[in-house]
Design a protein around this ligand. Structure first.
Ligand SMILES: [Zn+2]
Ligand SMILES: [Zn+2]
Length: 266
């Protein structure tokens, strides 16, 4: 039985993965990864991720500015990106959100551009991919005000508590699990994943970061999503085949994709 996996959050055009991108995609293909969402983090990177997605049938892109880069944005930047964001291969606006852990941009600047990008996503009728770190209350408050979630959304690399998970699930969000699910000390996260509804869970790598066991410490890449899939299957008490099928269908639904449009070589 062949399995089909989706890596719903990868950064294939960052310098860590760019030099051997073809080999990285080859290993993903051999592992059964049939869909990769190549996520934008800045103005220039958003152009790059779309260009890469155009080259491979199983790739899609997102366009957006990460909270780390919020302070580099100025009026007119989002408008300039709109033709790109409206491209049919761009399935979401992201990753956008708040990061009060690293605080590479001031809090108020992050909030301002998070709100602006949510309003932009709403106008474009695109779903949103959210990054939140040590900022859940502010993230929830801004999301509730924005209505952006009406078009759907993904909490990427979810790492919160069960009450936080419930709050995002109530807004209709999917919870996407990454490499940390496999870490020995992450039992709390595995408990959250166990409780999460089967039709709202996704898999991602967030490569080149957050490498799952047993490759932790090395560069991450989409093929390693299989390790997180095995862990999530164990948590959900499903076979790998069943877990792969469920998360594959969820990924298509979450990003508004038809299976016939993504099958082909990634
Ligand atoms: Zn992120
Ligand atoms: Zn990311």
């Amino acid at each position: 039985m062949t399995i089909r996996l989706a890596d719903t959050h990868a950064h294939l055009d960052l310098p860590e993965l760019l030099p051997d991108q073809d080999a990285v995609l080859g290993r993903a293909r051999e592992t059964g990864v049939n869909l990769i969402i190549n996520v934008g983090i800045g103005l220039q990177n958003s152009r790059q991720v779309l260009a890469t997605a155009r080259k491979h049938p199983g790739l899609r892109a997102t366009v957006g500015v990460h909270p780390h880069a919020a302070q580099s944005l100025k009026d007119g930047d989002l408008e300039a990106l709109t033709p790109l964001a409206a491209d049919p291969l761009v399935v979401a606006i992201g990753e956008i959100g708040l990061d009060f852990y690293r605080r590479r941009s001031p809090e108020e600047t992050q909030k301002h551009w998070f709100r602006r990008q949510l309003a932009w996503a709403f106008e474009l009728k695109k779903i949103v991919v959210i990054h939140t770190r040590e900022a859940t209350p502010a993230t929830l408050e801004i999301l509730r005000d924005s209505r952006a979630w009406l078009h759907g959304g993904v909490m990427h690399c979810f790492g919160g508590s069960w009450p936080e998970a419930q709050a995002f699930l109530d807004l209709g969000f999917y919870l996407s699990f990454a490499g940390p699910l496999t870490y020995p000390k992450a039992q709390d996260l595995r408990d959250v994943a166990e409780k999460a509804p089967l039709d709202r869970i996704l898999l991602e790598t967030d490569c080149p970061y957050l490498t799952p066991q047993p490759w932790r410490g090395k560069r991450n890449e989409p093929a390693y999503v299989a390790a997180t899939a095995r862990q999530l299957a164990a948590v959900k008490q499903l076979s790998l085949e069943d877990l792969a099928r469920v998360t594959w269908e969820n990924s298509l639904r979450a990003f508004g994709l038809e299976e016939k449009d993504v099958l082909g070589d990634i």
